[in-house]
Design a protein around this ligand. Structure first.
Ligand SMILES: CC(C)(COP(=O)(O)OP(=O)(O)OC[C@H]1O[C@@H](n2cnc3c(N)ncnc32)[C@H](O)[C@@H]1OP(=O)(O)O)[C@@H](O)C(=O)NCCC(=O)NCCS
Length: 193
């Protein structure tokens, strides 16, 4: 999981986050951070893995929205990361639909997420999934650079799935992998940890 996290950051955020910061990312550091996070049980974590090799293709973390201005009926897609060699093969969509199904089961009627401004692949992915960017933005410092993140929003009514979506059950097949297991666990980290 930490390996996917670091590899994905270094590929997806090149040009958006300073190189020195990206090059200094450590799998060991990420692993210990995730160990701590997973002990706190604040969110659900689902992973997608190859059927045969069980190689981890990606993961999604979601739960109650952490933003103070949102009501209890609002969920949040806390993070979704697909290993670069699996991009554009449906893994992200499978993970999102699994998360969406669980959020609806848990009674959330809306969902938000934060996305780094300029992350065009993610922006396209989220729009295809039915999200819209909002005017709510946040600036933060990372690696000596001031970055901006944008809040996205989608409704979760089961009868009105987002564009291009068909409601799926968790674990439904994609072409190369499936959402394979659910690790109950928490995520209390900063959004861009
Ligand atoms: C954004 C992200 C999660 C999307 O995951 P993904 O697995 O690449 O997404 P999908 O494959 O489900 O869909 C993306 C594209 O693949 C296409 N696709 C989906 N299933 C496909 C399939 N079976 N065969 C071919 N193409 C397919 C989609 O039409 C879509 O096309 P587009 O890229 O032209 O828009 C992933 O790219 C990622 O981890 N990015 C880096 C991290 C990141 O930015 N995370 C979000 C932080 S806010």
């Amino acid at each position: 999981m930490a390996e996917v996290h670091v590899a994905t950051w270094q590929r997806a955020y090149r040009g958006l986050i300073p190189d020195d910061y990206l090059n200094s990312l450590s799998v060991d550091d990420r692993e210990s951070t995730w160990r701590e996070i997973l002990e706190k049980k604040a969110c659900e974590l689902w992973v997608a893995a190859e059927d045969n090799s069980h190689e981890l293709a990606g993961w999604v973390a979601f739960g109650k929205c952490r933003d103070a201005d949102q009501s209890a009926s609002v969920g949040e897609l806390w993070a979704i990361y697909v290993a670069p060699n699996y991009w554009s093969s449906g893994v992200g969509r499978t993970l999102w639909l699994a998360a969406r199904t669980r959020l609806i089961e848990r009674g959330f009627t809306e969902v938000t997420l934060w996305c780094l401004a300029g992350n065009e692949r993610a922006d396209r992915f989220y729009r295809n999934a039915g999200f819209l960017s909002t005017s709510t933005k946040n600036k933060f410092e990372l690696g000596g650079a001031i970055l901006e993140e944008v809040r996205y929003h989608a409704r979760l009514a089961p009868s009105t799935p987002g564009a291009g979506e068909t409601p799926a059950t968790a674990g439904s097949d994609s072409s190369r992998s499936q959402a394979a297991s659910r690790a109950p666990g928490p995520l209390t980290s900063p959004r861009h940890q």
